[in-house]
Design a protein around this ligand. Structure first.
Ligand code: NAD
Length: 355
């Protein structure tokens, strides 16, 4: 396994391997960039097949957080952590507390929050060991589950994409295919239904699909067909890498906008979407609502200010779409350039200050 020269490493400031034999903790904490503030990012618990897979995942996710914080104009850097293990059978409060001690040893360079496989309750366990944790429950001074805020950001993002394509009625009557009805997808379905959109949904859990059909009048579609649905918007809210060489030719949607991280299997798929006339709303812009909400816990939490900031996703996307059109580049490249300009400016300023 080579690390420093791998594409995923991308100049990470620090990568920490943390273990606690008593609780079985095996974790990796990756800090990509702290030039604009402490690295904030969720802790994912996943049953990775190999340690290399876990390392690759944490590096990719951590780098993505730097871009997400920069594009969202938050005074934060990018980081992420993973715990290797099955969240259903191996997660215990003791293990999460051991994770809290690992976070504490970084003295605030990394701030942890929930992610796939971890929850608000886990953040409550972590906060017995460290103050560097957000997404805590309300009775621990936190703002709770970030998913409804992420879903609201997705709604704003979908509205921006529809407006950019000149759809006169906006969300009313728009057809949206949601892949994954988990924490974010379910809330998004509710918001879209309320706004008058028509939904097509899929999930590997049939019971949640049935509930969406009953609750929102959604139409169900098979898991392996959701990307082929005849809709205006495809909203990936489950897995990464769903936009790939196999799925792109079958896409009928003119817009891809959803919450899943790393939706493009490879960066070049952004260009393929553009060639096919599909508008891609970059994932880390659309799904930043949860980060904006948990970041607000670091100051005096103000729900109205959080909502206003999330609504700013609309203008951020409009800038990205305009820049992509002006420069003839894919939207993911336009977003990356804007984010890079920002965090590199902070990096340079930091070096000048330190000199
Ligand atoms: P979740 O685990 O609650 O939900 C995922 C859902 O997808 C589950 O219902 C699962 O059954 C379903 N699913 C899994 N494989 C599927 C498949 N092949 N086809 C259809 N459905 C499938 O996760 P979540 O918190 O809702 O997050 C969803 C995505 O958004 C993830 O990629 C996550 O990284 C990203 N994200 C979440 C947040 C947040 O605030 N929760 C913030 C930013 C990004």
């Amino acid at each position: 396994m080579f690390v420093f020269d791998s594409e995923d490493f991308d100049g990470h400031e620090q990568v920490v391997f943390a273990s606690d034999p008593d609780t079985g903790l095996k974790a990796i904490i990756a800090i990509h960039d702290t030039s604009n503030g402490p690295a904030l990012g969720g802790c994912r618990m996943w049953n990775y097949a190999t340690e290399s897979e876990a390392l690759r995942d944490v590096l990719r996710l951590s780098r993505g957080m730097t871009y997400k914080a920069a594009i969202s104009r938050l005074p934060l850097g990018g980081g992420k952590s993973v715990i290797i293990g099955d969240a259903r059978s191996q997660k215990t409060p003791e293990l999460m507390r051991a994770m809290g001690r690992a976070v504490e040893r970084l003295r605030g360079r990394y701030i942890v929050a929930e992610d796939v496989g971890t929850s608000v309750e886990d953040m409550a366990a972590i906060c017995t060991e460290t103050a560097h944790v957000v997404g805590r429950p309300a009775d621990r001074g936190g703002s709770g589950d970030p998913s409804p805020f992420t879903a609201y950001g997705c709604l704003v993002g979908i509205r921006a994409a529809l407006d950019h394509l000149g759809r006169a009625d906006g969300l009313r009557g728009a057809r949206v295919a949601i892949q994954g009805l988990g924490h974010v997808g379910w809330h998004l379905a509710g918001l879209l239904a309320e706004a008058g959109a028509r939904l097509i949904v899929s999930d590997i859990r049939p019971e949640i699909v049935e509930r969406a059909v009953r609750t929102f009048g959604a139409e169900a579609i098979a898991v392996d067909e959701i990307h082929t649905a005849d809709v205006d918007v495809f909203a990936p809210c489950a897995l990464g890498a769903v936009i790939n060489d196999r799925t792109i030719p079958a896409l009928k949607a003119r817009i891809v906008a959803g919450s899943a991280n790393n939706q493009l299997a490879e960066g070049r798929h952004g260009a393929v979407l553009r060639q096919r006339g599909v508008l891609y709303a970059p994932d880390y812009v659309v799904n930043a609502g949860g980060l904006m909400n948990v970041a607000a816990e670091l100051g005096t939490y103000d729900a109205t200010a959080v909502r206003r900031r999330i609504e700013g996703i609309y203008d951020t996307l409009m800038d990205i779409f305009a820049r992509a059109d002006r420069q003839g580049i894919p939207t993911n490249a336009a977003a990356d350039r804007i984010a890079e300009e920002r965090f590199r400016r902070h990096r340079r300023a930091g070096k000048i200050m330190a000199a």
